[in-house]
Design a protein around this ligand. Structure first.
Ligand code: FMN
Length: 224
């Protein structure tokens, strides 16, 4: 697969088929992804790959926590601003409304929106869930490094005919991840990644998000 095709065909898939993904395929994707650059080659990421019963037990506890007492769980880093502003506010709205529209969920249908949100915590039915952590003793630059590694996972998965969804939603539930996995105190849970085969019959997977063109966010200087 041409790299442009791998990048362009990547999208966030939010309904997966149950077909298993072999550990060897997951390892291959992670070996490829680990070719990501990082400042001074520190490679600050760690990954917990979950499948089968380990995945089920973890998902069960996260779904329960998200239903019973969501406010008790807070992330260890701030992904989003507390106050949104333009042009990000409008882009965020278009993303949320677009997804709910493809699912036929009305804007004021809170129970349906919450049910869709909860689907995060079963990795949208993906047979494999990855949890990606960063050593918190490093500095903010390392977030760039893990971002590159993450994107490599998403793109390398395409070369295996697989799809993904990055999921910051798991950052809220690091305490539960710690109960299930040998995650040390120095690790900060950044996000999850759902990994598997796309259910092409699911309407939510047909939702393709927009992008600003290069000319809108780039100013060119000194070109002929
Ligand atoms: C780091 C990161 C975290 C994300 N977390 C979530 C999440 O928790 N749940 C979700 O449904 N989508 C999540 N997304 C997916 C974004 O909503 C999605 O990438 C964006 O809308 C662009 O759409 P596309 O991925 O289909 O191109 C996340 C994306 C990134 C990069």
């Amino acid at each position: 697969m041409h790299v442009d095709e791998a990048i362009r065909s990547r999208k966030s898939v939010r309904r997966f088929l149950p077909d298993p993904v072999a550990a060897s395929v997951v390892s291959h994707i992670l070996d490829v992804a680990a070719r990501a650059p990082s400042g001074n080659n520190v490679q600050p990421w760690r990954v917990y790959a979950l499948a089968g019963e380990a995945r089920e037990r973890f998902c069960h506890d996260v779904v329960q926590a998200a239903q019973d007492d969501p406010d008790r769980h807070q992330p260890e880093y701030a992904y989003y601003p507390t106050q949104w502003f333009e042009p990000y506010l409008e882009r965020r709205r278009r993303c949320g409304f677009g997804l709910y529209a493809t699912l036929g969920i009305a804007r004021d249908d809170k129970p349906a929106r919450e049910a869709q949100m909860l689907r995060n915590y079963t990795f949208f039915d993906a047979p494999v869930g990855l949890l990606v952590t960063l050593d918190r003793r490093l500095n903010t630059g390392s977030f760039m490094d893990v971002g590159m590694f993450l994107q490599n996972i998403l793109v390398a998965a395409r070369a295996q005919g697989l799809h993904t969804c990055a999921q910051a939603a798991f950052a809220w539930f690091h305490a539960i991840a710690r109960r299930h996995l040998p995650m040390s105190d120095s690790e900060m849970l950044l996000c999850g990644v759902a990994l598997g085969r796309e259910d092409t019959s699911a309407p939510e997977n047909a939702f393709i998000t927009e992008r600003a063109a290069a000319g809108e966010f780039t100013s060119f200087h000194g070109f002929a």
